[in-house]
Write a new protein. Structure first.
Length: 258
């Protein structure tokens, strides 16, 4: 048997891929008195799945904590059967987990699991993004009143904006404090996820700021961006406070007046 064929068969057996039950491990491994070939390949297969589940646990620590070890393991094993790893890096293993959890009905299932997974996935991806030097807050204060409406912002890669169907604030805090969480809170909200230095943060933003941020990210000048706050009685103050916070939190890496 050629090496390439041996490698293909070994992977199929170790990954418990479809059709692997019909393969004979003795064609690849010699058995012993204590372990026959099937038992030996079973050790590799268990290690293969455990390593993947460990990788999922690293990317979704709050989800693992909420479900508990046994249910998380069962959920992850079911997920990996329907979404086997297809990427060279384990860092991409959990990409489909939020969608999977929307339909999952196993032990510990609740209405906000998918949103929790979506938030944790965004945090994991933000941590991996390229590091760029953000614009200093002084950049905004140095501009004249005539320049501000024409200012266009460019944002750092390590920023995500999520539209969630559940309010995860209380759940996240309960998991942080290691106390029993309350029931899901079904309330649509917008959450920003970003990295500041080496720390990943997330926080809710109100609808006006979310609209303003979407306009700014699409390349609109600040004159158009500020229109998102026009219905507010303190529109100028609120707009300036929101945009200043984008600079203070390191979301902006370039600001150009056109």
């Amino acid at each position: 048997m050629k090496l390439a064929e041996m490698q293909r068969l070994f992977y199929q057996l170790a990954a418990r891929a479809p059709g692997s039950a019909d393969l004979d491990p003795a064609a690849l491994l010699a058995g012993t008195g204590e372990l026959d070939a099937r038992a030996r390949i079973g050790i590799y297969a268990d290690m293969f799945i455990w390593r993947q589940i460990d990788a999922l646990r690293e990317d979704f620590p709050k989800l693992a904590l909420l479900l508990g070890d046994g249910p998380f393991y069962a959920m992850a094993e079911e997920y990996l059967k329907s979404h086997p790893s297809r990427h060279a890096s384990l860092s991409e293993l959990g990409r489909e987990l939020p969608g999977f959890l929307r339909e999952w009905r196993g032990e510990g299932a609740r209405g906000d699991l998918a949103e929790l997974a979506e938030l944790e996935w965004a945090r994991a991806k933000v941590f991996e993004e390229a590091n760029v030097e953000p614009a200093p807050p002084e950049r905004l204060r140095a501009l004249s009143g005539d320049e501000l409406p024409r200012l266009r912002l460019r944002f750092v890669p390590a920023l995500r904006v999520l539209e969630l169907e559940s309010d995860l604030g209380d759940l996240w805090q309960a998991l942080e404090d290691c106390v029993p969480p309350g029931p899901p809170s079904a309330r649509r909200n917008t959450v920003a996820v970003w990295r500041k230095g080496f720390e990943v943060l997330h926080a809710p933003i109100d609808q006006d700021e979310a609209r303003a941020l979407a306009l700014a990210q699409s390349g609109e000048p600040l004159g158009a961006v500020c229109e998102a706050f026009v219905e507010r009685p303190d529109a100028v103050e609120v707009a300036f406070r929101a945009i200043s916070s984008w600079f203070a939190e390191g979301w902006v890496f370039a600001a150009e007046a056109t």
